[in-house]
Design a protein around this ligand. Structure first.
Ligand code: ZN
Ligand code: ZN
Length: 416
């Protein structure tokens, strides 16, 4: 029969790589807990409308990359392409605004985008991220950015660059978009057909176009930084000042607009040059209109999302500790019951223990012990069972000692 393969753009994770994932997940829990973030888990699929309304109908993500399907009741559902809209939906729906404080969340898990698979990029990929709701102060922007960059440093990813911009707000952006439209129209046929279509809707999305000519044109466009209202300008200045207090270096990138429509004011991206080409590790920003757009109250928000596969690629140096199993061997099958019971006792003490049930001779059991990289093999045979003891062989030094079962725990504490 034909072998069934995993779908394109997906990947399996197993040892030893799984150790890096567990390390990263544990690090997220422990690091972001220090800032009072708590975990939130939302469904892998949502009503499609959540993303078209939340992310923006004209973004690449919504137009080209979503896994959208109808269920048996003809509802349009979408596998989540990102998690901010879902977190905001969950906060509104569960009335967390009233019942939880502070409104700080972290998450990690799979996201889905029909994208071109390449190194570190998959169709089922994983993101972790944080979201802060209900705080509009520029200091919280800086704290979120600090927590994004400092976490990477703690993981051992040192060579990161932070790019920063402000993308304005509903009071200054419309006027800027008009200026941008004029500039885009003046480019005429130099822009690709896709970008010409974006001019009337959201011309900011032209900055995301990967066509060379459009990128060239975008470099001639006016930038939002020259059109910020006083409030956005002051907010952005305070974010930069706080980052300086926090000793977080950054570069201003006036063309950084992020690929999702919900961003307002602060936008940022963190890249790493460590693996050769510039590699985006995470991106985020403020989204002060999103809660209202999704039917909630007027509540500010800010957060970021990071690509876990990309970060795992940067953890090559990391060697998670391998388990050091105890192998319980038995001389003849009549001692199997003793072996099973000894294994139970040792597991209760917290040791990883393996018993080979196939009734093979001791020589073959020792071979198996080598294959699973056992630290010690504990042998039960006639001698041992009669004297209430066990022979313990240190697999590295080949040293063997006979230990009374009542002393075994004490002995392992010293020697394991
Ligand atoms: Zn503004
Ligand atoms: Zn284009």
């Amino acid at each position: 029969m034909n072998e069934i393969k995993a779908p394109k753009g997906t990947h399996d994770v197993f040892p030893p790589e799984i150790g890096k994932w567990q390390h990263l997940e544990n690090a997220i829990r422990s690091y972001y807990g220090r800032f009072l973030y708590q975990e939130i888990r939302t469904p892998l699929f949502e009503h499609s409308e959540l993303f078209s309304r939340g992310i923006g109908g004209e973004t690449e993500v919504v137009q080209k990359e979503m896994y959208t399907f109808s269920d048996k009741s003809d509802r349009s559902l979408t596998l989540r392409p990102e998690n901010t809209a879902a977190v905001v939906r969950a906060v509104i729906e569960n009335n967390l605004i009233e019942t939880m404080a502070p409104l700080r969340f972290y998450y990690f898990g799979p996201m889905f985008r029909y994208d071109k698979p390449q190194k570190g990029r998959y169709r089922q990929f994983h993101q972790y991220g944080i979201e802060v709701l209900g705080d509009d102060s520029p200091q919280v922007d800086a704290e979120v950015i600090f927590a994004a960059v400092d976490f990477l440093r703690e993981l051992g990813i040192a060579q990161v660059q932070l790019e920063l911009n402000s993308v304005g707000c509903p009071s200054c952006r419309p006027a800027y978009l008009e200026v941008l439209r004029q500039a885009a129209r003046a480019e005429g046929e130099r822009l690709c057909a896709d970008c010409r279509r974006k001019i009337d809707g959201n011309p900011l999305r032209i900055f995301d176009c990967k066509q060379h000519a459009c990128g060239e044109a975008a470099r001639r466009f006016p930038v939002i930084g020259d059109h910020l209202c006083a409030e956005c300008g002051e907010h952005f200045a305070a974010v930069r000042a706080t980052l300086s207090w926090m000793n977080v270096p950054f570069e201003l990138n006036p063309r950084l607009v992020r690929g999702l429509d919900y961003y307002t004011k602060t936008a940022f991206e963190v890249t790493s040059g460590q693996l050769g080409a510039q590699n985006a590790l995470l991106g985020g920003g403020r989204y002060n209109s999103l809660v209202r757009e999704l039917g909630g109250p007027d509540l500010a928000g800010i957060g970021f999302a990071a690509g876990m596969e990309r970060i795992i690629l940067h953890l090559e140096h990391l060697e998670p500790p391998a388990p050091r199993p105890l192998f319980v061997a038995y001389g003849e099958s009549q001692w199997l019951a003793h072996a099973v019971q000894l294994a139970q006792v040792l597991r209760k003490e917290g040791y990883p223990v393996y018993v080979d049930y196939q009734g093979r001779n001791l020589k073959k059991q020792f071979k198996k012990a080598d294959r699973i990289a056992a630290a010690f093999t504990l042998v039960l045979a006639a001698d041992e069972v009669e004297s209430g003891s066990v022979s313990v062989k240190n697999m590295a030094s080949q040293q063997q000692s006979k230990i009374h079962l009542k002393d075994l725990n004490e002995w392992l504490k010293k020697n394991y």
